[in-house]
Design a protein around this ligand. Structure first.
Ligand code: AMP
Ligand code: MG
Length: 423
């Protein structure tokens, strides 16, 4: 490439769009991943593609909440009282006798309450007794009608909407879906994400360091971020900064059966920034090639034959942030996820002054923490787009709006929890 060439092409004169507009441009072109019926046991982490109704009530019989005796509260008017124990009811057995005046049944937690009984007296409030060789129970205290009995449908009625399409299947959904007997569920396929990195300086992680080379870490970082969004990464390793190789590889990936292609590196305006060159020359439609944000302003994206292609920065922190802010919403939308990444934004108090003056909004890796019931956020590590070592400690991005002066400690700022954040 001629270094004296006038830099007046659109690779160098880019028009920055806002992050919101970039996200909307991507979301407008998302195709949902197809759906597939899978065994519930394999469905953890998938997004449900059907709304599940309760086929039966929960519980579907009057269920005892305690170990004790099923009784009639009408029998407790004169205390103490001795009741004849007419049946033993371990969990899972159906009573054969109704409770009539003067009788009780021994019942276990989860057992079916017999007809006639309107309360369960907890075992600790009773004394075993015997009369003429028959088992009896002595009761000394009153309980109200309904005590320790879960009525039919206490938690859900038959036909009620229980789990909505677009809910991600976590432990709670698993408990519910299995209780409802959904042995198979319709879920969105995990989008398959091809991840390719470019850079003649990159080595594979198996190779020893040499000269000016570094190991390709972005691909592993991105794969983990992609997994945290419920998608499946396809590692494509790295290619040298060679336009012809990159072009061939990118068209091959775009034409393959992956759902989306992500590249890292080479999106900037440097002479070897071949992904930026690709966006200039390709047969696809470029959606944007600059975003008004720091870091990662050269982040670019487009569509080729209905398939999205995103070019993220090579600098590890910029790449990480680009994935959180642009790839994550796309992957969630592909899975029909109800909760958008944006819905998880919240405010927090800035723990220390932020002094960098910005023309663009800045997305700073941060740590959210609680103090006296309030949420604070502090900057994590050095705020450099090349930072790699401290990436592991961040649990959110702090949104620093464009400002002419520093932002003071104690100011409320917006934070975006990371996909993998567990706070
Ligand atoms: P680029 O965006 O290609 O200009 O790369 C910016 C910086 O990020 C350079 O210092 C690269 O060496 C580094 N970099 C690019 N790709 C990777 C990668 N896959 N893993 C780690 N660092 C990278
Ligand atoms: Mg590069």
């Amino acid at each position: 490439m001629n270094i004296f060439k006038e830099k007046n092409d659109s690779k160098h004169q880019r028009k920055a769009v806002s992050l919101g507009d970039a996200q909307q441009a991507l979301l407008a072109r998302v195709h949902q991943a197809g759906t597939v019926k899978i065994a519930l046991a394999d469905a953890a982490g998938y997004c449900l593609a059907e709304t599940i109704h309760a086929r039966e009530a929960i519980p579907h019989f009057r269920r005892s909440g305690m170990d004790g005796y099923a009784i009639r509260t009408a029998d407790l008017q004169q205390l103490p009282v001795m009741l004849e124990v007419i049946e033993q009811l371990p969990s899972g057995t159906v009573p054969t006798k109704a409770i009539v005046p003067g009788t009780a049944a021994r019942i276990m937690t989860g057992g079916m309450v017999p007809d006639g009984a309107d309360a369960v007296m907890m075992l600790e409030m009773t004394e075993e007794a015997e009369k003429a060789g028959q088992p009896y129970v002595m009761l000394r205290k009153a309980v109200p009608a309904g005590a320790n009995i879960s009525p039919i449908g206490e938690e859900a009625f038959a036909g009620e909407r229980m789990v909505e399409a677009g809910e991600r299947i976590g432990p709670g959904q698993m408990a519910l879906l299995s209780a409802l007997g959904c042995a198979e569920v319709l879920v969105y396929r995990k989008p398959l994400v091809a991840i390719i990195s470019t850079g003649s300086e990159l080595l594979s992680i198996h190779e020893p360091l040499e000269g000016a080379k570094i190991r390709n870490s972005n691909i592993y970082m991105l794969a983990t971020q992609v997994r945290a969004c419920g998608a499946e990464p396809l590692f494509v390793e790295h290619i040298a900064d060679d336009y012809a190789i990159a072009e061939g590889m990118l068209y091959k990936l775009l034409a393959s059966d992956v759902d989306i292609v992500i590249a890292t590196g080479g999106v900037s305006v440097g002479d070897y920034d071949i992904i930026a060159d690709f966006f200039q020359q390709w047969e696809g439609e470029t959606l944007f090639n600059k975003i008004a944000m720091r870091p990662g302003s050269p982040t670019s994206a487009g569509v080729w034959k209905n398939k999205l292609f995103l070019g993220l920065s090579g600098n590890p922190a910029a790449c990480f942030i680009g994935c959180e802010l642009l790839v994550r919403p796309v992957l969630l939308a592909m899975q029909g996820e109800r909760k958008s990444a944006d819905a998880q934004r919240h405010d927090a108090f800035l723990a220390a002054d932020y002094n960098k003056v910005n023309a663009y909004p800045r997305y700073v890796r941060g740590i959210r923490y609680f103090n006296n019931g309030l949420v604070y956020v502090k900057q994590e590590g050095v705020d450099m787009s090349s930072a790699l070592v401290t990436l592991k400690d961040a649990n959110c991005l702090i949104v620093i709006p464009p400002a002419k002066t520093s932002i003071k400690a104690g100011t409320l700022v917006s934070v975006i929890p990371l996909a993998a954040s567990t706070l």
